[in-house]
Design a protein around this ligand. Sequence first.
Ligand code: AMP
Ligand code: MG
Length: 348
Amino acid sequence: MIKKILLSEGLGLFEQHPCLSGRQGCRPSVNIILLSVLCWLSFASGCSHRPYYKESRVMMGTIVEITCQDKYAISAGFEEIKKIEKIADNFDPSSEISRLNQDGHIKASHELIEMVRESLKYNSLSDGAFDITINPVVALWKERIRDGQYEKVDVGLPSEEEIKDRLRLAGSDKISINEDESSIAFNEPGMSIDLGAIAKGYAVDKAMARLKERGINSAMVNAGGNIYCLGTKGKRKWRVGIQHPRKPQNLLFTLELENQAAATSGDYQQYFIVDGKRYSHIIDPKTGYPVNNKVISVTITAPTAAQADGLSTALFVLGKEKGEALAKNIAGVKAMIIEEDSQNVSRN
Ligand code: AMP
Ligand code: MG
């Protein structure tokens, strides 16, 4: 069912993290906070008597926050995030993904195989809109984002020829996973993948699993807007504010989550502008150009953070109509899609 929510229902203001801007400049291709979050760490009545601890670290190119009532569990959660970062970091030449991209094959960890397998699932569900093999094209656009957005240099667009050349390398059907040998191989030289659209969500799930193993039943893990909320916070659900995509000081709406994940994909953190037109970091694999379908923000709530992360990117590319149709068919998933110039948000 589609319900309209007025933008003016946003609940107040939030502070953005200024320390991100430097890192964005250095490593623009790693996903930055797409969804700015305010969690009300309220210690007022209604909350459990034990205090909550919140620790933030810069990891995976963003700010990762873990909140729970056990300080030691927080460190264990960060260990898991670190592990996934070490696997999926395109900027670290020794990471598994970099070695795969360089050699075209790898004896892979269980986690890399799981992330690639999950990505192939979203590729098929979205009819190719979600595609980790779009990386060579993404890299072409991200160079411009780095120079245009962060260095404030006038950048032109890549030529159609450049885009076509790189687009030829893409295609998720050219990835082979050999489960028996725990290996991944590309079927075409020059291919490469980028897990930026799913790795943070996956890492959140892994961190949450570690917390649960330690008996934690109330916690929130937030990796740059890829969130999982475990249990409740005292007697209330966890409350998460979603940033307005065009008025960064405003919240668009507030989610109340319990044993649920949320993620947002948008065009407002990584982009550059040429002749008044915005070019963002999410690429339509059918054209090789940044998505141009009026959608400016997609928020997904889902049973797992990897699902929310993958689907928010997939729906951003698919657009409102096809995106909503896809979300409706997946159990436990809800999508909130915002289009440019629209004064309302559709939810299904
Ligand atoms: P997210 O912020 O989760 O929507 O992920 C966006 C990131 O995913 C981009 O910064 C790229 O690294 C990568 N990406 C861009 N376009 C696509 C696409 N069509 N499918 C999968 N990953 C993409
Ligand atoms: Mg994503």
